[in-house]
Design a binder for this molecule. Structure first.
Ligand code: AKG
Length: 287
């Protein structure tokens, strides 16, 4: 594995929209330490791990919040994976978290207009001993479309040192257009050969993520996960997508991830309507 440079940390730019935009354009990503309060992270972690535990995938009791695997590795696409993913998808807390004020405040500055939160939210459960299915190097644009000025937020639900399989980005790779893809194992199923880009001088950037850290990257930025090499810890994380509200958006970005059930079914046990169909309040540029 090539060298991984530390992320540029952008907390000091939070009140300077021009500088935030400049930094994002330079690197293709923005990384913040402690952007999100720890309680919000732990609450969602608890909800995710409760589901994992009920399905026999994680230890319970005092060990629940440690995220210690039982059995597996289980992975996206397995029969037993869908019931877990469906429960994640129905969690009100999971969808509400995408609207965290600290995240939206930063993004409104980055986009220079009100942010549209895509409702197609993704929860990831990455087991150890599953290197083959580690997320391959890819660009999100081919999965999302709409505007290329879409940013993905990758937020681990707890600390995530590199050996637990955090996300890394190929800094500056967003300036090279769309790269050729080939079938690959792991999330998304498509991978990019990054060797030529590394030879040209692009470098991977990453970190040992701490609770509350958040990474945002442009839809053309090449990124991938590191393998989860911990002996027994499940890596939990969320992917949320955002764009300026005036920019084009595809219908697919307004559907649930994998579109396995309609929004009405997802909303069945929600307590609030605040984040239900909220995107209909925007005058969307649908493409
Ligand atoms: O968390 C992961 O392993 C994959 C996240 C990712 O690359 C994505 O959603 O685009």
């Amino acid at each position: 594995m090539a060298r991984i440079e530390p992320f540029n940390v952008s907390n000091h730019l939070l009140d300077q929209p021009d500088k935030l935009q400049e930094q994002a354009w330079q690197d293709g990503y923005l990384f913040f330490r402690g952007l999100i309060d720890a309680d919000s992270i732990y609450n969602l972690r608890l909800d995710f791990l409760g589901i994992c535990h009920r399905h026999g995938w994680a230890k319970g009791g005092d060990a629940l919040m440690d995220g210690i695997r039982v059995g597996g590795p289980f992975m996206e696409g397995d029969d037993g994976y869908w019931p877990v993913l469906d429960e994640f998808q129905c969690l009100e807390s999971f969808h509400a978290f995408a609207h965290h004020p600290a995240v939206l405040d930063m993004l409104d500055k980055l986009f220079g207009e009100k942010t549209l939160v895509h409702p197609r939210n993704i929860g990831r459960i990455m087991f150890p001993e599953n290197t083959k299915y580690t997320t391959p190097a890819h660009q999100d644009f081919i999965h999302i479309r709409g505007t290329e000025e879409t940013y993905t937020a990758w937020i681990p639900l707890g600390g995530c040192p590199k050996d637990m399989g955090g996300l890394i980005v190929l800094a500056g790779s967003h300036r090279g257009g769309i790269y050729p893809v080939k079938p690959a194992f792991g999330a998304g199923g498509l991978g990019i050969d990054t060797a030529p880009l590394e030879t040209e001088g692009l470098c991977w950037a990453g970190t040992d993520y701490e609770v509350g850290d958040a990474l945002f990257f442009h839809s053309h930025t090449v990124h991938k996960a590191l393998p989860n090499q911990s002996p027994d810890r499940i890596r939990l994380s969320v992917d949320y997508r955002y764009q300026g509200c005036s920019k084009p958006v595809t219908e697919g970005s307004l559907l649930p991830h994998f579109n396995r059930m309609p929004w009405d079914e997802i909303y069945t046990s929600w307590k609030s309507t605040q984040y239900q169909y909220y995107w209909n309040a925007f005058d969307l540029n649908r493409v």
